[in-house]
Design a protein around this ligand. Structure first.
Ligand SMILES: C[S@@+](CC[C@H](N)C(=O)[O-])C[C@H]1O[C@@H](n2cnc3c(N)ncnc32)[C@H](O)[C@@H]1O
Length: 310
């Protein structure tokens, strides 16, 4: 399957503010109980043991239930919430308590300042992956039609962020999951960013290539890591997370397949687990890469390793 996006559909939603109800004393205390501030406080308490960020999650879910921007629920704690919206909010909070990621409940996630649609077929893009995009953009000239490949596109986060900032590059993304690729395709169309989306087992559907850059955030969690069976991760696609027994299987496959599709002098950039940098550097060196170096994330963890094909 191959899709190309070159159209732009713009979506804009402006919240409408209606007049407040005129209330008696009883009505006022009932309204206070169902005010934005009271609902947020109760949800924060309920979500405190669910991990993540209870305050932020409560705000995002209430804003979604009310079809308002988050700034509204932060800025108007006294605002009364209608019963139908409260009921919608309670259902969302219950599902969040059960571990469903906020992004799956709202269908949206911000990545590199782009608002992306996500679904249960796609990984929820992580802030750490912005480092991979930074590392590509730092090397990619902004006025040349370089050829760039995103391996394992998920919802399209990496490919779309790069294309947004380097409109002259020729962007291709491969992904094995057809439902994930559909989400990536529709994100590209909605944002008006032209990417060639290709369904492929890593690079098998690509002709011998001449990409200048390959960026990948492959699955790299060890198959028996208990994190896979807890918290948000248990709701995300296993194919997006499970990197085999040692977590390195997909990283190794990509490194071994890369020389066929990357031009000499081209750069491969890999996101990996914070304890995998040494192994990834070794794999790159043994496969003929040079100029190998690792970038650290904001927490100081070794997170993205790159090498040039010599
Ligand atoms: C960790 S997710 C990254 C998604 C996205 N790039 C991001 O950073 O949010 C890894 C992605 O690789 C895809 N994937 C796993 N195995 C693959 C394979 N053999 N060929 C192509 N894509 C694969 C998964 O479906 C998933 O979308």
């Amino acid at each position: 399957m191959r899709h190309s996006t070159d159209t732009c559909v713009s979506v804009a939603a402006t919240p409408q503010h209606g007049p407040e109800d005129r209330l008696g004393e009883d009505g006022r205390s009932a309204a206070r109980a169902s005010s934005v501030g009271a609902l947020l406080e109760r949800a924060r308490e309920r979500l405190a043991s669910s991990g993540g960020s209870p305050g932020l999650d409560a705000e995002l879910l209430l804003a979604f239930a009310m079809d308002r921007p988050r700034s509204f629920v932060v800025g108007f704690p006294e605002h009364g919430v209608p019963a139908a919206e409260i009921a919608r909010y309670q259902r969302l909070v219950e599902r969040r308590e059960a571990g469903v990621p906020v992004a799956y409940l709202t269908g949206r996630r911000e990545f590199y300042s782009l608002s992306l649609t996500v679904s249960s077929a796609t990984l929820v893009p992580r802030p750490e992956t912005e480092l991979l995009v930074d590392a590509v953009l730092g090397r990619l000239p902004d006025d040349e039609p370089a050829r760039v490949l995103d391996a394992g596109s998920g919802c399209g986060a990496v490919a779309l962020a790069i294309k947004h900032h380097r409109p002259y590059c020729r962007m291709v993304a491969v992904e094995c999951s057809a439902p994930a690729l559909e989400v990536a395709f529709s994100n590209g169309a909605r944002l008006g960013l032209c990417v060639d989306w290709v369904q492929s087992d890593w690079f098998s559907a690509l002709a011998d290539g001449s990409f200048d850059f390959i960026a990948a955030n492959p699955p790299y969690v060890r198959a028996n890591d208990e994190a896979l069976f807890a918290g948000d991760l248990r709701h995300e696609p296993r194919v997006a997370l499970d990197g085999g027994e040692d977590g390195l299987e997909c990283l190794l496959e990509i490194i071994e397949e890369t020389p066929r599709v990357l031009s000499t002098g081209g750069t491969l950039l890999l996101e990996h687990g914070n304890d995998q940098a040494t192994a990834v550097r070794t794999l790159l060196r043994h496969s003929g890469f040079r100029g190998i170096r690792t970038h650290r994330d904001l927490a100081g963890h070794e997170r993205v390793t790159l090498g040039r094909l010599s």
